[in-house]
Design a protein around this ligand. Structure first.
Ligand SMILES: Nc1nc(=O)c2c([nH]1)NC[C@@H]1CN(c3ccc(C(=O)N[C@@H](CCC(=O)O)C(=O)O)cc3)C=[N+]21
Length: 292
């Protein structure tokens, strides 16, 4: 039986973070001393979703660790669109805030796209605004969504930088992962199949994948017999059940067939956080008009 390589996301996330730190160092010497500016990431959190609280705190902690200012703006579940919009507008015009992230999901009564599109697209470090999505899909430079960016870095580490011609199957079509992931892989020359819960023959489709990316949030539902031998399996799902974290992938059965597999936790999650830092420093370079 062949061996499956378990991909250490924390390792590659640390590498990305080192790159971010050196970029911060460079920018600080060029700009901050003379203009007395600081670098900042603002995070907006609405409501009390337990998972969101954890992620938001993780992001703010990491941001501070590497030398960003990071403020979390908390709103109650009952907050109005107008209150959130006013906060975003203040942050848009604050020169010491380079990145703004609105944690999702937002409460039902709030128009998510409207809120996201209030964020100045050059501070939209999630890359979810209509304008950034348009840039991405027309293959222009943009702030790209963090999780797909992190997945691409892992794929490059595993398979090399040329992944053109590979068959990629993506489960899930969310704004955060599925849709931008498909767009990025199409641009890289992959043959991309997008699946959702209504798709026919999901298992057979998955079995055609050289690269299988799952972002469904359904604990352990992808089994070993869904996997092509030697395939690269990227697990983006993360759900907590009875205090234990589960991905979409049934780890033990899939590792017997796959060539490469990202674990949960310790796979894609840490890459997402590092890519958020990368987007924040990229946004700062753009805002200060410094060459990347
Ligand atoms: N506007 C917005 N942007 C996001 O990027 C966004 C969001 N909303 N809403 C929720 C999801 C989820 N998400 C994760 C980030 C880090 C980990 C992460 O660091 N995971 C660790 C474990 C963390 C733990 O112990 O709970 C790991 O997989 O090793 C997981 C999930 C970002 N999201």
């Amino acid at each position: 039986m062949q061996n499956c390589e378990i991909i250490d996301g924390k390792l590659y996330a640390a590498e990305v973070l080192e790159r971010v730190k050196s970029k911060i160092g460079h920018l600080s010497t060029v700009i901050c001393k003379t203009q007395r500016a600081t670098l900042g990431l603002a995070v907006i959190l609405v409501g009390t979703d337990a998972a969101s609280q954890i992620y938001v705190n993780n992001k703010a902690k990491k941001a501070k660790e590497i030398g960003f200012n990071s403020e979390v703006y908390k709103f109650p579940q009952t907050a109005t669109e107008q209150e959130i919009i006013e906060c975003i507008e203040r942050l848009n015009s604050d020169p010491n805030v380079n990145g703004i992230l609105v944690q999702l999901p937002l409460p039902q009564h709030i128009n998510t796209q409207k809120i996201i599109d209030t964020v100045n697209y050059e501070k939209d470090v999630d890359g979810f605004s209509t304008y950034n999505v348009g840039l991405l899909n027309s293959w222009q430079d943009s702030l790209e969504p963090c999780t797909p960016q992190g997945v691409l870095i892992l794929l490059h580490e595993i398979l090399g930088t040329n992944i053109s011609g590979k068959k990629a199957v993506i489960l899930g079509r969310s704004r955060i992962v599925g849709r931008p992931m498909a767009s990025i892989l199409i641009r890289k020359g992959c043959s991309v199949t997008s699946l959702n819960s209504n798709s026919y023959n999901i298992k057979d489709e998955c079995r055609t994948a050289d690269i299988l990316i799952s972002a469904v949030g359904s604990p352990s539902f992808i089994k070993g017999d869904w996997i092509k031998k030697g395939a690269c399996v990227i697990d983006v799902g993360i759900v907590k059940v009875n205090d234990k974290l589960y991905g979409d992938v049934d780890f033990e059965s899939v590792r017997k067939v796959a060539g490469f597999l990202t674990p949960v936790p310790g796979g894609v999650g840490p890459m997402t956080v590092s890519c958020l830092m990368l987007n924040t420093i990229k946004a700062a370079y753009k805002q200060y008009d410094i060459k990347w």
